[in-house]
Design a protein around this ligand. Structure first.
Ligand code: FES
Ligand code: FES
Length: 179
């Protein structure tokens, strides 16, 4: 069985100590300090990373060894080829942050949220459970991102950025289908 974990596309050996949280593994062992420790008890979302590119998990509540053989993406893995991820760009354009402490978690969480919309997973505020697709309304974004707190209160910018990224994804998909 593999004794490694893939972090941002690179396989790395798991820690010898099985008690190391995924968050501490990223920050203290791999020096990937983009993922933030806010509460360290599952309440703030600052430590959110992605499992297999689309499932959001709280790395403070996870053990690194739990994800043996799996792929984890942290904020450091979002930009590609020297270019910011379109969602990162949208956060800049819409002032989706002030101090930036919550931003890595917000970014990973928003990408996980987008994947949930794609899979048609309803939220508490989804009105039409029989609809073919779930829209990306303000209410949906606020509900689905409610696990990510922002002490600076940049929520309006965050919602605007997430919605713009959603539109960007659908515009790109439509352009690909038309070509
Ligand atoms: S640091 Fe993990 S939820 Fe707050
Ligand atoms: S931008 Fe400061 S906590 Fe969110």
């Amino acid at each position: 069985m593999s004794t490694s974990i893939t972090i941002n596309g690179h396989p790395v050996p798991l820690p010898d100590d099985p008690r190391v949280s995924l968050l501490d593994f990223l920050r203290e062992h791999l020096d990937l300090t983009g993922t933030k420790k806010g509460c360290d008890q599952g309440a703030c979302g600052a430590c959110t990373v992605l499992l297999d590119g689309e499932q959001r998990i709280l790395s403070c509540l996870a053990l690194a060894v739990q994800y043996q053989g799996r792929a984890i993406t942290s904020v450091e893995g979002l930009a590609a080829g020297g270019a910011l991820h379109p969602l990162q760009q949208a956060f800049i354009e819409h002032d989706g942050f002030q101090c930036g402490y919550c931003t890595p978690g917000q970014l990973c969480s928003a990408l996980g949220m987008e994947a949930e919309l794609r899979r048609g997973v309803p939220s508490y505020v989804t009105e039409d459970l029989a609809a073919e697709s779930i829209g990306c309304s303000d209410d949906e974004v606020r509900e689905r991102m409610s696990g990510n707190l922002c002490r600076c209160g940049a929520y309006n910018g965050i919602v605007a950025a997430v919605k713009e990224h959603h539109v960007h994804l659908h515009t790109s998909a439509a352009a690909r289908e038309a070509s």
